[in-house]
Design a protein around this ligand. Structure first.
Ligand code: 4AD
Ligand code: MG
Length: 442
C-alpha cells in the first residue's frame, strides 16, 4: 500500500519528517555527486535530491541511470525549500527502482513532442495514447472529467432520480438511420444504441424520475472537434413534465456541474489557462430561452445562409453562440428537423416541443431534449409520417397503450461538456481513448 501522497507533502503535512514516496520519475538531471529528479504521482510533483555520499556508489549509480517514467520507491526527509516547485524538496535517504525503463526504448513522449503537438492532437500522441494518459495535462483532464461524472450523479440522486440501465444492442434507430452502427448478431442484424431514451420511456411509468450515464454510439463519418463515434451520454427522463420544466432540469444540471468544477477543480482548470470567471458566470446565471425562428432570423441578419426547416449544424451554431455570454436554450424546432419521438406543438403543427442547449464561446449544442409524443394514436401517426419502421418500435408504441402520460427528458453529451468547460480545442482531449471514424486503436 501507499500511505503518503505528494500533494499532502506539498501542503506541509510532513514538514521535517521522513516519508516513503512511491511514484514515477518525471524529470532527471545531475552531476557525478548529486542528482535531482522530479517525482510525480497522481496528485502532483516534487523535487527529490540524492547525493552519492548518502546513497553509496551502487545505489547512486542506479538512481542516476534510471530513465524518465521509471517507477521508484524512495525514503527521504521533507525539507521546506522556497526555491523548489511547490515549496518542498525531499533529500533522499534510500531509493529503489521498481519498474525500470529500458535504455533501448526510452519513454517516447518527450516534453518537446508535447510542445510541438498543438495540445495533443498529432497522430503520434494518439498512437501513444496509452502512454500519453500519464502526462500532467491528460491526468488533470481525467480528474476534471471524474468531477463532471460525479456532479451528474449527485445532481440526479439529490433529486431522487433512479439510475437505470438500457441495452446497448438494439434493433432500430432513435436518432435517424444515417449514424447507426450495424453489428452482426447471430445471423441477424443489430445496432449499437444511439441513445438510452426509448428504453427509458418504457421504465418511466415504473420509476417516474430516471437517469443514466452510459456510452452512446454514432457512426459519424466526418471528424469534427465535437464528434466522437463512442461518447458518454447523460440522459434523463421524467414523467408528468413539459418542455419548460425539462429545460429547468437541464439548466440546473449544467450550472451544478460548473459549480462543482469550481469547488473541486479550480487548480486543474487554471493549469489549462481557463478563465474561471467564465465558469462562475455559467454557474451563477440563468440561461435564456430563444425560439428556433428567432435564431434563424439572427443568423440571417448576420448574413448566414439558412433555410427555415434545417437543423442547425456546427457551422451555424458556432456563429450563433460566439457572442453568447451564457448557454442559451433553442426551443420549438421545425418538426421536419427532428426525430419522430418529439411531441408536435398543439398550438402549431409545424413545430415540436423540444430544446437544444447551446454552449457559448462558439461551442454549440451540449443538450438535446424535449417532450415526447405520448399517445398511441399520435406516435403511430408520427412513425408512419417519418417512414420509421413500426416493427422494432412495437414496444415503444405499446407503452402508450397502458396509461400513457405526458413526459420528456434530455441527453447531455458529457464529453462535450468537459470539452467546453475546460476550453479544450478538441473533444478528443477529454476522453482517454477517443474513437472516431479512423481510429479504434490503441
Ligand atoms: O441531440 P441528441 O442526438 O439527442 C438524443 O440522443 C436524445 N435521444 C436524448 C434524449 O432526449 N434522451 O444527443 C444528445 C446529446 C447532444 O446534445 C450532444 O451533446 C451529444 O449528445 N452528442 C454527441 N457527443 C459527442 N459525439 C457525438 N457524435 C454526439 N452526438 C450527440
Ligand atoms: Mg441533437
Amino acid at each position: 500500500m501507499k500511505n503518503v501522497w505528494i500533494s499532502d507533502v506539498q501542503t506541509g503535512q510532513f514538514d521535517g519528517q521522513s516519508v516513503e514516496l512511491k511514484g514515477w520519475i518525471k524529470r532527471s538531471r545531475g552531476s557525478s555527486k548529486i542528482h535531482f529528479i522530479v517525482l510525480r504521482d497522481s496528485t502532483g510533483t516534487i523535487q527529490c535530491v540524492g547525493k552519492r555520499e548518502d546513497l553509496g556508489d551502487e545505489s547512486f549509480q542506479n538512481f542516476k541511470a534510471a530513465l524518465i517514467e521509471s517507477s521508484v520507491i524512495l525514503h527521504g526527509h521533507v525539507n521546506v525549500d522556497e526555491r523548489a516547485e511547490g515549496g518542498h524538496e525531499i533529500s533522499i535517504q534510500s531509493i529503489s527502482i521498481i519498474g525500470a525503463v529500458d535504455a533501448e526504448r526510452p519513454f517516447p513522449i518527450t516534453e518537446s513532442a508535447m510542445v510541438s503537438s498543438d495540445g495533443g492532437e498529432t497522430e503520434f500522441l494518439l498512437d501513444n495514447r496509452h502512454l500519453y494518459l500519464r502526462t500532467s495535462r491528460m491526468t488533470k483532464m481525467l480528474q476534471v472529467r471524474s468531477s463532471v461524472f460525479g456532479a451528474i450523479h449527485s445532481y440526479f440522486r439529490q433529486r431522487k432520480f433512479t439510475e437505470y440501465q438500457a441495452p446497448n444492442f438494439v434493433a432500430g434507430a432513435v436518432e435517424g438511420g444515417s449514424t447507426l452502427f450495424e453489428v452482426p448478431y447471430f445471423g441477424k442484424k443489430a445496432y449499437l444504441t444511439q441513445s438510452w431514451q426509448l428504453y427509458a420511456e418504457a421504465a418511466m411509468p415504473a420509476l417516474e424520475r430516471l437517469y443514466t450515464i452510459a456510452p452512446s454510439f454514432r457512426a459519424e463519418k466526418s471528424r469534427t472537434r465535437r464528434h466522437l463515434t463512442e461518447f458518454w451520454h447523460a440522459e434523463m427522463e421524467v414523467a408528468w413534465a413539459n418542455n419548460a420544466e425539462i429545460m429547468q432540469y437541464g439548466e440546473e444540471l449544467v450550472r451544478h456541474i460548473s459549480t462543482t468544477l469550481l469547488e473541486e477543480r479550480s487548480e486543474e482548470l487554471k493549469s489549462f489557462d481557463r478563465d474561471l470567471g467564465l465558469i462562475e458566470r455559467y454557474a451563477e446565471n440563468q440561461y435564456p430561452r430563444m425560439r428556433y425562428d428567432e435564431a434563424v432570423e439572427t443568423l440571417q441578419s448576420m448574413g448566414i445562409e439558412i433555410e427555415w426547416g434545417q437543423d442547425l449544424d456546427y457551422s451555424k451554431e458556432k456563429v450563433l453562440t460566439q457572442d453568447f455570454d451564457v448557454p442559451h436554450f433553442l426551443t420549438h424546432y421545425p418538426k421536419v428537423a427532428k426525430p419522430f419521438y418529439h411531441r408536435v406543438d398543439p398550438d402549431d403543427g409545424n413545430y415540436v416541443l423540444c430544446h437544444d442547449l447551446l454552449a457559448p464561446e462558439g461551442y454549440g449544442e451540449i443538450i438535446g431534449g424535449g417532450e415526447r409524443t405520448w399517445t398511441e394514436e399520435e406516435i403511430l401517426h408520427r412513425i408512419d409520417e417519418e417512414g420509421v419502421p413500426r416493427e422494432p418500435n412495437q414496444f415503444y408504441i405499446d407503452i402508450r397503450s397502458y396509461g400513457g402520460v405526458p413526459h420528456g427528458g434530455f441527453g447531455l453529451g458529457v464529453d462535450r461538456v468537459c470539452s467546453w468547460l475546460t476550453g479544450a480545442e478538441h473533444i478528443r482531449e477529454v476522453i482517454p481513448f477517443p474513437r472516431d471514424s479512423r481510429r479504434v486503436t490503441p
